[in-house]
Design a protein around this ligand. Structure first.
Ligand SMILES: NC(=O)C1=CN([C@@H]2O[C@H](COP(=O)(O)OP(=O)(O)OC[C@H]3O[C@@H](n4cnc5c(N)ncnc54)[C@H](OP(=O)(O)O)[C@@H]3O)[C@@H](O)[C@H]2O)C=CC1
Ligand SMILES: N[C@@H](CC=O)C(=O)O
Ligand code: NA
Length: 369
């Protein structure tokens, strides 16, 4: 028989972010178990695209060797509707952690929330999809009392969404948001067009960004600008703008025309070197002006304008001087005046992204009555 303090955790997606999340969950769960007034966490389900490991009786799965237990699981994989059915029947509160980039999982959030199951996720798809999905999610949450947090959907673990929400909720007027919103794009331009030295080949830097776990599962989703467009859609909506979708404003794609129709992300990465000269030309154009090129985004709240693409910057500009996968996000507001509130730091990578997800889980646990 579960106690009122029990909270069941179900994790969909055990890739780069998911694996880091599971180790952080183990640490959190051990920490909470030392305090008798804290919730008791039980991991009851972990799934990948073709594997599920779950406890039919809702007893806690052991954290040790979890990844290999999932890989070797002989349990019949549960479809998404079956996972939702299993969680809705649980005899305790449930938090679903979506560590996929799946649109199907995102589309199910209203149904999940309406069953009283809370959600934490780094997946951008739900919050940057149609306005209807956005409304359905927040209506379902407020009707059922379930919680939904998605800090890592923008700037990975950096406190971007919580900061923007606090600015808005405390009555500040956000006039403009701008910066570098992609860890992948930041890494690529910082290493391909550094402020000092020659820089690497574009296609080789793309391979490195993928190997470092910065890119989306398919790196074309970064290079076509859509990942940044999704983040700006989320921020614009939180700032009060009606943005229909991430394709409803200008977004510059860095996918070479001839590679637009290749079948897979793998083939795309393999063939990208054929087009290195195109990006070299972009770099040289900026150098002729004594500048470096970077991939940036901006939201002009007053003008209701959102845009994403390449811009050239003086070498001394804070955007030009970023390092590694760092994001920099500047909030211009009435309260902060001419000097924006700036958030800067790693904007991609398994551990920092999982930190945002685990932090969201802690917020949900604090708020579950
Ligand atoms: N990587 C980063 O730096 C950041 C990532 N994010 C977001 O985090 C999420 C995860 O990214 P990341 O870990 O890098 O991606 P990965 O590709 O490494 O992992 C994705 C995981 O999701 C699983 N998966 C995909 N579709 C489904 C499905 N329908 N049902 C069950 N499992 C599924 C995959 O299964 P399988 O293992 O079988 O392939 C895999 O385990 C994405 O939404 C991404 O945008 C956000 C901020 C930063
Ligand atoms: N692919 C994304 C991951 C985080 O959102 C990025 O590079 O920023
Ligand atoms: Na964030």
């Amino acid at each position: 028989m579960p106690s009122p303090k029990d909270v069941y955790i179900a994790v969909i997606g055990a890739g780069g972010v998911g694996k880091c999340f599971l180790s952080q969950l183990e640490i959190l769960s051990n920490r909470l178990s030392n305090n008798s007034s804290s919730p008791k966490l039980s991991l009851v389900l972990v799934s990948r695209s073709k594997k599920t490991l779950y406890s039919p009786q809702y007893t806690a799965l052991p954290f040790s060797n979890l990844a290999s237990s999932l890989d070797s699981s002989t349990q019949e994989p549960l479809s998404l509707p079956k996972i939702i059915e299993y969680l809705a029947a649980a005899p305790a509160k449930v938090v679903l952690v979506d560590n996929t980039s799946s649109q199907d999982v995102a589309d199910a959030y209203p149904q999940v929330l309406s069953k009283g199951i809370s959600i934490v996720t780094p997946n951008k798809k739900a919050f940057s999809g149609s306005s209807k999905l956005w409304q359905d999610i927040f209506t379902a949450a407020s009707t059922s009392g379930a919680k939904v947090y998605h800090e890592s959907s923008v700037g990975a673990g950096l406190p971007v969404i919580s900061t923007l929400k606090e600015l808005v909720d405390t009555g500040d007027e956000v006039t403009r948001i701008e910066g570098v919103f992609s860890g992948t794009m930041s890494f690529l331009f910082n290493s391909f067009a550094p402020t000092e030295g020659k820089g690497g080949k574009w296609s080789e830097e793309v391979k490195k960004a993928k190997d470092l776990g910065y890119t989306e599962p398919d790196p074309r989703d970064d290079l076509n600008g859509l990942d940044v467009a999704r983040k700006l859609t989320i921020l614009a909506r939180l700032a009060g703008l009606q943005v229909e979708s991430p394709t409803s404003f200008p977004v510059q794609s860095l996918i070479p025309k001839d590679l637009e129709s290749v079948g897979s992300g793998e083939e795309f990465v393999q063939r990208l070197h054929e087009f290195d000269t195109q990006m070299e030309d972009v770099k040289l154009e900026a150098e002729k002006e004594g500048k470096v090129v970077r991939f940036v985004g901006s939201i002009d709240v007053g003008q209701k304008e959102v845009k994403v693409g390449l811009e050239n910057f003086d070498r001394s500009h804070p955007i030009a001087a970023l390092k590694g996968s760092d994001n920099i996000i500047s909030f211009y507001t009435k309260r902060y005046g001419a000097n924006p509130l700036i958030i800067q730091g790693a904007g991609a990578g398994g551990e920092v992204t999982a930190m945002g997800v685990t932090g969201d889980l802690i917020k949900v646990l604090e708020r579950l009555s």
